[in-house]
Design a protein around this ligand. Structure first.
Ligand code: AHR
Length: 352
């Protein structure tokens, strides 16, 4: 069964056809100039426009960027679920970390009258106007991964993602237990935090979750929290700055694995060791394969999983909506905590 406004979309395929034709013309022109890679994000997804007889469900997806290994896995999971074989035509747009690009993409999806809009908000605030436009056009919006802060929660139909406050709390609880095991629970502990993109729910919630635990420990001192944009390059830069300022860091918390890789480079260059037998306790988030290998080697003490494999959840929600069924507003993906003790059994099957 199609949702009711689908009948209003008589011009949908013609519009999609025009959009793809325009892209194709742009591609030919830019290829001639030899600079297409500079202007069109490689991850933007141009599939052959669906024929009307295919009766595909058209989904516009504004992904916030491609800053991390996690993000690539998340895009691939969604692209792998919303396939033609499963009855979908997915228009993928990479916003390259810019909210204005996401708003533009969402407006584009509205004018094409897609059936559903998916988007992962780069930051929490600033979405009311464009989501109101989607609502008025009768297009259901599914939030993916990160949250948007909205007074009116009728502006989206469902959200699929991680409980990031809980991720932050897991990091704090792990540290609490570890210090106890090591007999260091009374020691003064100096902590620095590499944060993700400022204003993103991943940064805000992981910070909040960790602080929920840290505030119970007056001997834990958060020396500095500095954004490093979830990237390796920025992670290295920010860690270098921490090392220039503080000579007595006990714990590094890095809000994603990519920043952890950068922080590790910075510490290695200064001859600082980390992990199980190292000088600095290293806590990371995401649990991508390369980081799990470092957990297995004892270089990262603990990796709090953030699960990017959200495609199957989204597929199920869209199928339910297509069948006229109600869906849960909040859909939280399953996640684990990896340490040297348990990581090896998961490493073999890690695909990203
Ligand atoms: O929102 C999820 C976070 O965004 C992941 O931890 C990070 O790697 C990504 O960039």
């Amino acid at each position: 069964m199609r949702h009711p406004y689908r009948k209003k979309h008589d011009l949908k395929y013609e519009r999609l056809f025009c959009a793809v034709l325009l892209w194709a013309l742009l591609l030919v022109t830019m290829a001639g100039c030899g600079s297409f890679q500079d202007v069109v994000p490689e991850a933007n997804h141009l599939e052959t426009v669906p024929g009307e007889e295919e009766n595909l469900i058209v989904v516009g997806f504004s992904q916030l960027g491609s800053e991390s290994v996690w993000r690539t896995a998340n895009s691939e999971s969604i692209q792998g679920a919303l396939t033609r074989e499963n009855g979908f035509f997915l228009e993928f747009n990479n916003a390259r970390q810019k909210q204005e690009n996401q708003i533009k993409a969402i407006r584009g999806f509205i004018s094409q009258r897609v059936d559903y809009i998916l988007f992962s908000p780069a930051t929490e605030s600033g979405w009311e106007t464009v989501l109101q436009e989607a609502k008025e056009a009768g297009i259901p919006v599914i939030l993916v991964d990160r949250k948007a802060s909205l007074e009116d929660d009728s502006l989206y139909t469902a959200w699929v993602g991680s409980d990031m406050v809980s991720e932050g709390e897991k990091a704090g609880i792990w540290l609490e237990d570890y210090l106890k095991e090591e007999g260091r629970e009374e020691e003064e502990i100096n902590i620095v935090v590499l944060q993700g993109t400022v204003g993103s729910s991943a940064q805000l919630e992981r910070t909040k979750g960790f602080q929920n635990i840290a505030r119970e420990h007056p001997n834990w001192h958060i020396l500095k929290q500095e954004p490093a944009d979830f990237t390796t390059a920025k992670g290295k830069e920010v860690m270098e700055a921490f090392l220039m300022t503080y000579s007595d860091i006990d714990v590094v918390i890095s809000q994603n694995d990519d920043m952890t890789f950068g922080a590790l480079q910075a510490m290695e260059e200064e001859g600082i060791t980390t992990g199980v037998d190292g000088e600095v306790i290293l806590i990371s988030f995401d649990a991508v394969r390369e980081a799990l290998e470092l957990v297995s080697q004892g270089v990262i003490n603990v990796d709090i999983e953030c699960n990017p494999e959200q495609g199957a959840y989204i597929l199920e929600i869209l199928r339910k909506l297509e069948n006229g069924e109600t869906v849960d507003k909040e859909n939280i993906v399953e996640e684990k905590v990896f340490t040297k003790e348990n990581v090896d059994e998961y490493l073999e099957t890690r695909t990203y």
